[in-house]
Design a protein around this ligand. Structure first.
Ligand SMILES: Nc1ncnc2c1ncn2[C@@H]1O[C@H](COP(=O)(O)OP(=O)(O)O)[C@@H](O)[C@H]1O
Ligand SMILES: [Mg+2]
Length: 299
């Protein structure tokens, strides 16, 4: 067992003992026996001019996609991670608002944006669902920048101006099943905007026209900003990304404490490709349904 998996396990145990309300269960995600299918970023639409290019070279250059020789490996990991998330979002036993998924972490640099982008790509391969990737790290809009839409109106503009129809700010990409909502123009009242009642209305309206849409929110760190706490109130699932061999246990515990009242929190252990020759360890936790989904998948 890697040291970090040990840290995560201890953190979970403590939370279960102390908090009680946070039902975190599960088994380590084992290697899938299914062969990996590389991301089909080539599934382009017929009208590329009007669509945001999901430029794999640019994303890879920015360190947000795996190097080519690691694509299959990573695709397999994300396939395992996405299954329980999708089940809780759109499956027969879906959670309330489970289609709204926040990607958070204790501190910056743990891999939230990497996870959000790779999960979005992996989910966009699924039949019968569409993915909306929302750049909700409004102070550091990494996704908006890397996709070249940092100047486009987005989430904050829609929150600020009730006359704006947020649907019209959603940008299609050249992957037909994947759309993006940029962060929008930043201002000091970002936290109040994300905490406002309009945020709930906006999240509802983003799904109204498409009941098969999963909304993935790339977020700011739980321990360094308040915006992520506001966002946590409106989502049905939270993923906490933990950077392997880096996040100290008390820090992780503090972060999990901030979301302990949320009904569905999962952990993803993220091992940077740059840091190790060893395989990545992803460690999925979730409510009971997720655990059984994972177990079934690994049988
Ligand atoms: N699994 C991974 N494999 C390779 N590089 C990663 C991985 N996760 C994160 N990184 C790299 O680590 C850095 C921080 O990741 P990022 O997703 O931007 O963190 P955050 O959004 O939490 O601040 C980025 O440069 C990214 O390229
Ligand atoms: Mg980020």
């Amino acid at each position: 067992m890697s040291e970090t998996v040990g840290v995560v396990e201890t953190a979970i145990r403590k939370l279960q003992e102390e908090a009680g309300t946070l039902r975190l269960e599960g088994t380590p995600v084992k290697e899938s026996r299914v062969l990996a299918e590389p991301y089909s970023v080539t599934a382009r639409s017929s009208a590329p001019g009007s669509r945001v290019p999901f430029d794999t070279n640019a994303l890879r250059g920015a360190g947000l996609l795996a190097p080519e020789d690691e694509v299959s490996n990573l695709a397999r990991q994300y396939r395992q991670i996405k299954r329980p998330l999708i089940a809780r979002a759109l499956g027969p036993e879906r959670l309330p608002k489970g289609y709204r998924i926040m990607v958070g972490s204790a501190t910056a640099g743990e891999g939230k944006t990497f996870t959000a982008i790779n999960l979005a790509l992996s989910m966009s391969l699924e039949k019968d669902l569409r993915v909306l990737l929302v750049d909700a790290d409004v102070a550091k809009p990494h996704i908006s920048r890397v996709l070249g839409v940092a100047e486009a109106p987005g989430l904050l503009d829609a929150l600020r101006d009730p006359t704006l129809d947020v649907q019209r700010l959603v940008l299609p990409t050249d992957i037909a099943t994947l759309a993006v909502l940029p962060a929008g123009r930043y201002s000091d009242e970002a936290n109040e905007l994300l905490a406002s009642r309009r945020m709930e209305q906006l999240a509802t309206s983003l799904s109204e026209q498409d009941k098969h849409r999963i909304i993935l929110f790339d977020s700011s760190p739980l321990l360094q900003t308040n915006e992520s706490h506001a966002l946590a109130q409106v989502v049905g699932q939270i993923i906490v990304v933990v950077r392997a061999a880096s996040t100290p246990e008390p820090v992780l515990l503090d972060a999990l404490e901030t979301v302990k009242d949320h009904p569905c929190v999962s952990l993803v252990l993220n091992q940077s490709l740059r840091e190790a020759a060893s395989p990545y360890y992803y460690y999925g936790y979730g409510a009971e349904r997720a655990a059984s989904a994972l177990n079934k998948q690994n049988e």
